[in-house]
Design a protein. Sequence first.
Length: 255
Amino acid sequence: MSGRALSFGAVAEAYERFRPGYPVELYDMVTTYAGRPVRTALEIGAGTGKATRLFARRGVTVTATEPDGAMLAELRRHVPANVRTVQAAFEDLRPGESYGLVYAAAALHWTRSEGRWSRVAGLLEPGGVFASFGGPIQLADPAVEEAVRAARAPFLESDEVPSPDGTPPGHHMQWPGTELQRSEWFADVRQSVIERRMTMSAHDYVGLLSTVSAYLELPPSAREQAYRRIMQVLPEAVEVAADITVHLARRRRGW
């Protein structure tokens, strides 16, 4: 688990306030793919529980794992009673109990690639489902996006997380679907996109940026200057594209 992956605890409250939750459509997509009731789930890198709530409020018994204590403390304030919490990185989890669903919400890229899929498979029931979902929140207006890029340029060239396996953005199958297709442990790999558009105030958009790891890694003075410069070029309200890319796969039986 990288230091960048553990950078969010200092802004746990902002993460909860400014990051959007997940729509019911996502739950429906996962359970329809499963083709059977999903009763138990393990969540990798649960953060403040944005996705935890989606599944737990629909009767799934969720075990939410998260290495950062501050994020986990924030999560515990917002989730229902059928959520069990474990402070642990994915790599520290040991096979034992198995689940009908293992999922990661905008968190899988923080896990180590070595042994990733055998570890996921070891946590799943035979025929169980793995799901990974998330995506960048991008300004919908190209002119506003360019103005923000220019404003942050002295401090930060890019605020995106690159594809962990180098898959180019336009490829028909994105990571982690690319790795799942190559894995002996999984079959029936699917990729879908849930399109979302939302409007937020300039203040809330900068609040959202304050939860992005690339900004959190900047020295505090540079970070504040970047936020100030970005705020100056934003209109009062901005439209953002917050599409969710969903990857689903099924653990092969007999492995």
